[in-house]
Design a protein around this ligand. Structure first.
Ligand SMILES: C[S@@+](CC[C@H](N)C(=O)[O-])C[C@H]1O[C@@H](n2cnc3c(N)ncnc32)[C@H](O)[C@@H]1O
Length: 288
């Protein structure tokens, strides 16, 4: 994409925060494709206002479609939750520059909370408009203690975390999931994961390699984390998403081959869990 304006935001991010430019760019490329999957035109607008060499992301038509499919699946599940729970909270972790709140356009009874690291939130505030309604943007690491207390615990809550868990250490993921599940009366937890093979092959991902980010946590058996207080509802392999069938052969065929190879097959998953907190038990364990 060519940029000509002089007042674009110059990017100085590195590591995990820089990787959000890859996913943003993926959604932008998808919106400019002949047959968009997500059609996130706001992502393309944001890209135009950023001074950054987006070639660093290594995104191409095929990986952009992958990003768009993942976002669409998480959008669909979030929308389902909001249909079933009019008075709900959406807790969108590691929001980056994702315009999910605009794509879903939640109703007046939905509370929406976006969370990301302070340097990302600063950029988000400069680049994206403030959504209407009950909206809040929290600048914090999700591994810190304080931020969750800022989110009222009075409603069913859908927690969406796209492209986050792999950047956390195993103990951080476990602590985060247990804290979220322990805070809200009930809800869903929606996120994507790398498998352990994907974690081992991480330097093959250009955005990870070039940003200097490190991926830590992988999950091969989605039921293994049910011990943390969640129940698996859906488990979708990234290589088996239905939109792959509509991709041009140049993108579709390699994915179909990968889907048959052990290791590659489980390289990424999108997971949907439910939780119903046992408040008395959780409160007791917090007090211990
Ligand atoms: C691959 S990007 C995904 C961003 C966004 N979800 C998307 O799909 O465009 C990874 C994001 O995780 C965020 N992140 C990484 N570690 C974090 C942490 N400990 N707390 C909050 N956000 C974190 C980064 O700042 C970055 O925005």
């Amino acid at each position: 994409m060519q940029h000509c304006s002089v007042d674009r935001e110059r990017i100085t991010l590195t590591g995990a925060p820089e990787t959000m430019l890859a996913t943003l760019y993926g959604r932008a490329l998808d919106s400019r494709s002949r047959k968009p999957i997500l059609n996130d035109v706001a992502a393309a607008d944001a890209v135009r206002r950023i001074d950054y060499d987006f070639r660093r992301t290594g995104m191409n038509a095929s990986s952009a479609a992958g990003v768009a499919m993942r976002a669409k699946k998480l959008d669909d599940w979030t929308r389902d939750f909001l249909r079933a729970n009019e008075n709900a909270t959406v807790l969108h972790l590691a929001c980056g520059l994702d315009t999910r709140v605009f794509r879903l356009s939640p109703g007046p009874h939905t509370r929406w909370v976006d969370v990301d690291l302070p340097q990302v939130v600063t950029l988000r505030e400069r680049l994206l408009p403030v959504p209407d309604g009950d909206y809040r943007l929290i600048a914090s690491s999700v591994t810190d203690d304080a931020w969750l207390a800022e989110v009222p615990d009075d409603r069913p809550t859908v927690v969406v975390a796209e492209g986050l868990t792999m950047y956390l250490r195993p103990s951080e993921v476990e602590a985060l999931i247990k804290r979220v599940v322990g805070r809200f009366p009930s809800g869903e937890l929606l996120f994507d994961v790398y498998g352990s093979f994907g974690i081992r092959m991480q330097k093959l991902v250009p955005a990870v390699r070039r940003s200097g980010a490190t991926l830590f946590w992988g999950l091969d058996e989605p039921r293994a984390i049910e011990a943390w207080g969640v129940t698996l509802v859906e488990d979708v392999r990234s290589l088996e998403l239905p939109e792959i069938a509509d991709m041009p052969a140049s993108g579709r065929v390699p994915l179909r081959i990968m889907a048959k190879l052990p290791g590659f097959r489980d390289v990424g998953r999108i997971l949907r869990y439910r939780f119903q907190a046992n408040r008395s038990e959780t409160r007791a364990s917090h007090m211990a």
